[in-house]
Design a protein around this ligand. Structure first.
Ligand code: LER
Ligand code: MN
Length: 270
């Protein structure tokens, strides 16, 4: 069965899943056809003992835990701190049974001026990232939870915009502990052909984010999900597909129910 997850709230705190408490939000999701959740920052403040108790009483699973980033920060100390946070995050993800730990190597623009040839800034960043991920990979392998690199669109990062670029990093590190994810919102902006992009990077894809063209819930925009879903189905993807979007509509619960139906029907059709 297709496993659907959703973020709990948007990054600025706007509600995605209504419900006063984490327990209530988990119960709502279970009733509305969702099997997974990516927790919001506010919920993390409850602390892991409380979060674990709520999850233990719910059929809804935690999709992702840990994280961390700034592996390409200009400051070496920050890069080191990034490695440590990711290693810690992987251990936490393994402990709470999450699929993996999402890492965006660097949000925004580069912090250093492009160096002179023979190496481009991009090549240098790739080398740096491959070195740092090679240090992190043994922990990922040990705990059995991968680092999941997330390519983002050009307005959110200057680095890793397409799946193929993420796959090249995985290949260079050469560890089963380093994977990538496919986010339909970013792919809609950056990939020439979403289906082909997924097909070519298939062996490295460990997680999926769903949003429509306008970054509202699937079904609220004009993105054609069919080619991407069809490629995921062909590769035998059986992991979570997690909504990462604002929810359009007065009744968010009803909108989530309709969106789950929309994704499931699209999946069944391809
Ligand atoms: C940001 O646009 C995004 O897609 C997130 O998943 C980054 O963690
Ligand atoms: Mn995403």
């Amino acid at each position: 069965m297709l496993k659907l997850g959703t973020y709990e709230a948007w990054f600025d705190g706007e509600v995605i899943v209504p419900g006063e408490t984490l327990e209530k939000r988990l119960a709502n999701l279970a009733a509305w056809g969702y099997q997974g959740i990516q927790l919001a920052r506010g919920t993390l403040e409850l602390g892991w003992p409380a979060i674990k108790r709520a999850l233990a009483d719910s059929p809804v699973e935690l999709c992702i835990a840990g994280g961390g980033g700034r592996l390409l920060a200009a400051d070496g100390g920050e890069r080191r701190a990034g490695v440590e946070r990711i290693v810690e995050g992987l251990r936490l993800a393994a402990e709470v049974g999450a699929v993996g730990s999402i890492v965006v190597p660097m949000f925004g623009r580069p912090e250093v001026a492009p160096p002179e040839p023979p190496k481009t800034l991009y090549e240098l960043e790739c080398e740096m990232l491959v070195d740092l991920l090679s240090e992190i990979a043994p922990t990922a392998e040990e705990v059995g939870v991968p680092v999941i690199l997330e390519p983002l669109n050009r307005y959110e990062t200057h680095f890793l915009n397409r799946l193929e670029q993420g796959a090249a990093i995985c290949r260079a590190v050469g560890s089963p502990g380093i994977k990538i994810m496919a986010d339909f919102f970013h792919m809609n902006i950056e990939e020439a052909d979403i289906g082909e992009a997924i097909e070519e990077a298939a062996e490295y894809i460990a997680y999926v984010h769903l949003a429509d063209s306008n970054r509202y819930q699937p079904g609220a925009g004009h993105l054609d999900f069919a080619p991407g879903l069809s490629a995921l189905k062909r590769m035998g993807y059986d992991g979570f597909m997690t909504l990462e979007c604002r929810v359009m509509g007065q009744d968010k619960g009803q909108a989530l129910i309709e969106s789950a139906r929309y994704v499931r029907e699209s999946w069944d059709r391809v």
